[in-house]
Design a protein around this ligand. Sequence first.
Ligand code: ZN
Length: 435
Amino acid sequence: MPGQPYMLDPAVEAMPRERLRRVQDARLRAVVQRCYQNMGMYREKFDQLGLKPDDVRSVEDLPRLPFTTKEDLRSRYPLKGLLAVPREEVQRYHMTTGTTGKPTISPLTRDDVFRAEEALARCGAAAGVGPGDLAQLMFGYGLFAGSVICHPAWERMLGAAVIPAGAALPSATQLDIMQEFRPTVLAATPSFLLHIAEVAREQGVPIAELGVQKIVTGAEPSSEETRVKIAQAFNAPIYSDIYGMCELGPHFCVECPHHQGLHINEESFLAEIIDPDTGQQLPPGQKGMLVLTCLMKQAMPLLRYQTKDITVLEDSPCSCGRSHLRVRRIMGRTDDMVKVKGVNIFPSQVEAVIRGVEEVKDSEFQMLVDRSQAAVDSLTVKVEAAQPGPELAAKLKAAFSRAFLGSNLKVELVPVGSLPRFSHKAKRLVDTRKL
Ligand SMILES: [Zn+2]
């Protein structure tokens, strides 16, 4: 079977769909029972709907279940009515340190930790990470569920060697390590890799000649243009993306070498796409919000969790041999999207336009949304440019006008190095509207 060497567990990852469905039905019934019996939040939600756990017999019944939102979790901080196991069974707590409000907690049992590691081992395996590889891990260590999970998974499950560099080391030190140790694999957020590439250019470090073969990114969505840019900068032929969310477990997807979207780990998660306005399920191929149901999570299984990520579910067969459904690259977030003069605009789309204009294709950018006294919203895109001028500004404006008809956004060219850089999640949208 093509691609099979890149699977950690072909029996699961390429399981025939009929069998997979039977596994999902049984696991859904079990998790619904556990949620109702052990989690106060779900008992309340079920009772409000007049829903009994026995009413859920199969995946077909999914729309009957209540949604779960990030606000549900925040309002129950730290874990009021959210634990499905006795507290002494929790082996680890990860959490996202939110920029606003309380953090979101992800408690994991021993089994949850194993599955989390397995999910990241699948991601590494899909990129061909294995014995003989040396991986420089530049995801954050600590509360964030990045390197702490990736590190043991790649060491023990894949047999790779690891440099636990983390995200806190300065780029110059990361570059030193790359030059001295010649890692074959780099794992980091796309924005951090772009930043390192920029520092390397400034310092004259030939990163394309360091022998990097595989790049694994994660923790933030990136455009195809960014992927191409990173792969070219490091001259790395293999590129794979990880997608996950702390509160869910945390990782639920694998990007296979065919790059036709990310395969959901469907033995552990059920995926739906819903219309974010109506909550109605949408068929594969239609764009909407990704909603996930945990089938195997022990400590805090979530039912129909609204990720706020906008994407499309793909059910066409993938030539890698994996049978699991795919989600296309994340197109934005429902809470990240700005609506300017009725046009929905995501930072990822703005980025794609910038990467397509030669003079600024490597530039950092920022989006500023403001509302005038007359309640008219405006979007200004600040783009760093080495050689600013009215011609370049006009060229960019024309490119934006083509991409976002009628949005009438403004372009401002700013000096290189004047916009913030990100080593973790890039936050390029600044919304100063008082809504
Ligand atoms: Zn595939």
